[in-house]
Design a protein around this ligand. Structure first.
Ligand code: 5AD
Ligand code: SF4
Length: 495
């Protein structure tokens, strides 16, 4: 699918290429030779473990980093006691940072016992200056630190790391380019995320993303379409188009393509069965996009539409550029045009200056929109964002309000999801359910010998567990939704 370069054909005696991706393949070859030598010396494989924190974007980034590690001969492992450990970090809330610091302490212990071990930190967290400073001061055993803009240089940075005793740090303020055609190792053979754009220009006042991921940059539509066609040839049936705000797709491109137009092109790809996308900002979700979803049989019946707050005053302070009324009208318009769509959202509780009355407004919106699911977050001040300098709400009040919102979200979601009971819907079987209860459920449903409990995802993103055969993983199967258990269903396949 990609025009991957064969590492054996690279001439290491030639000058280091200055163009990409050739330059990175040159360094991949250097690393591969190094890995082979180490293996001979140690009499065993060199292992690498990649741990991903945060969002779908990070998960996709990790697939690219793993692609490079695999190409250079590392044996991938889930065990953090490996020769190379890489953390793909998130910094959207402070608890993500704290988790990383905690786990670094454990890695230090492993490293003392294995002098070959190397620790790499990359992603959003390392784009923060104070983080790099802290790493230098208190976590000097970390070997390589790089950010979000030079992921494509991973092979080159690894090479530099192995040649240096000191911590190698390479953080760039902005991305200079988008490099295509590097190796990728997908987590699932049958589904994949695809970056359609990087960065964000919205500067919501609580959010650190524009500072750590930089300004919006869209990929050329031909590159996206070619990548998807390649994936489909490789067995992918479901894709998720990824961007911080997909509605701004194309704004910096010369051909002036919109997200709705891109979706139409993706929709026309033969063999592709399902299309998802994430995330849509409510301020600029166009009628064309609603039409594109409504008229497609491939675009999934799920829209993630972050509300953040139901209070006009707070929305203004958050710099969200819509009012509760505008959001409500948008949600109604979408539900009228696409009645079977599931709408999910993100909500922040405890934004500076938020009162219990503001939270009442949020709860009112949850009830009115009838979300299928909502992710609720406690506001976390992020250094450098405007909201961090505002008057903060007391911890006690935040927790009280958070519990109220969570209760409402759970009740609404339960009711919303229960409305599918008895229906037959197509599920993409994603994996075998290994949970403690799986054999009990199989027994109750009268599953036949050789059947396992499969976990599938409906077009509306709801999870369903049902008896089936392992070979069915990666295929679309009609499933009758028998029992609703809050956020998921138990079902059975129908012919
Ligand atoms: N504190 C809490 N939640 C946040 N989010 C973004 N920034 C913050 C913050 N500082 C949430 C938003 C966003 C989701 C990905 O994370 O709800 O939609
Ligand atoms: Fe953050 Fe707002 Fe951009 Fe989303 S749209 S990434 S919340 S700044």
């Amino acid at each position: 699918m990609y025009n991957e370069i064969d590492l054996d054909r690279i001439d290491l005696s030639a000058e280091i290429p200055s163009v990409e991706p050739e330059r990175q393949y040159y360094f991949m070859r250097c690393i591969r030779d190094f890995v082979r030598k180490e293996e001979q010396k140690l009499g065993r494989k060199l292992t690498a473990c990649v741990v991903t924190f945060g969002c779908q974007m990070n998960a996709r980034d990790s697939e690219k980093l793993i692609g490079i590690l695999q190409k250079t001969g590392y044996e991938l492992s889930e065990d953090e006691n490996s020769d190379l450990v890489l953390y793909k970090t998130c910094t959207v809330r402070d608890n993500a940072n704290q988790k990383v610091y905690g786990r670094l302490g454990v890695l230090n212990g492993y490293k003392k016992k294995n002098p070959n071990m190397r620790v790499v930190l990359c992603g959003c967290m390392t784009q923060e200056e104070k983080v790099v400073q802290k790493l230098r001061e208190s976590y000097s055993f970390v070997d390589l630190v790089f950010g979000t803009h030079n992921l494509y240089c991973f092979a080159e940075l690894l090479y530099k790391m192995y040649g240096n005793k000191e911590m190698v740090v390479d953080i760039r303020k902005e991305a200079d380019r988008i490099v295509e055609e590097l190796p990728v190792k997908r987590k699932y053979p049958f589904k994949s995320g695809i970056n359609i754009m990087f960065g964000c220009n919205n500067f919501c006042s609580y959010c650190i993303v524009p500072y750590v991921r930089g300004r919006e940059r869209s990929r050329e539509s031909e590159d996206i379409i070619n990548e998807i066609k390649g994936l489909v040839k490789d067995g992918v049936v479901e894709i998720m188009l990824l961007g911080q705000n997909v509605n701004s797709y194309g704004k910096n491109l010369e051909n002036g393509i919109t997200f709705a137009q891109l979706l139409k092109k993706v929709d026309a790809i033969d063999g592709l069965k399902r299309i998802r996308f994430m995330t849509s900002h409510p301020k600029d979700l166009s009628d064309d996009l609603i039409e594109a979803i409504a008229s497609s049989t491939k675009i999934c019946r799920h829209l993630h539409l972050p509300l953040q707050s139901g209070s006009d005053r707070i929305l203004k302070e958050m710099n969200r550029h819509y009012t509760r009324q505008q959001y409500l009208e948008l949600a109604q318009k979408i539900r009228e045009r696409i009645p079977d769509i599931a709408i999910t959202t993100d909500i922040i509780v405890g934004f500076p200056g938020e009162t219990p009355e503001d939270v009442d407004q949020t709860i009112d919106m949850i009830k009115k929109v009838r979300y299928d699911n909502a992710f609720t977050f406690i506001y976390s001040p992020r250094t450098g964002t405007p909201a961090a300098a505002m008057q903060q709400v007391s911890e006690e009040q935040v927790h009280e309000q958070f519990d109220r919102v969570l209760k409402c979200v759970q009740e609404t979601a339960r009711e919303s999801i229960a409305r599918y009971e008895g229906q037959i819907m197509e599920a993409l079987a994603e994996e075998q359910n290994q949970g403690e209860n799986s054999s009990k459920v199989l027994k109750e449903l009268g599953a036949s010998d050789g059947e396992v409990l499969l976990t599938g995802r409906l077009s509306n993103n709801t999870i369903v567990h049902f008896p089936g055969r392992e070979e069915q993983i990666g295929t679309l199967i009609p499933v009758e939704l028998l029992q609703c258990h809050g956020f998921y269903y138990i079902g059975r396949t129908v012919n």
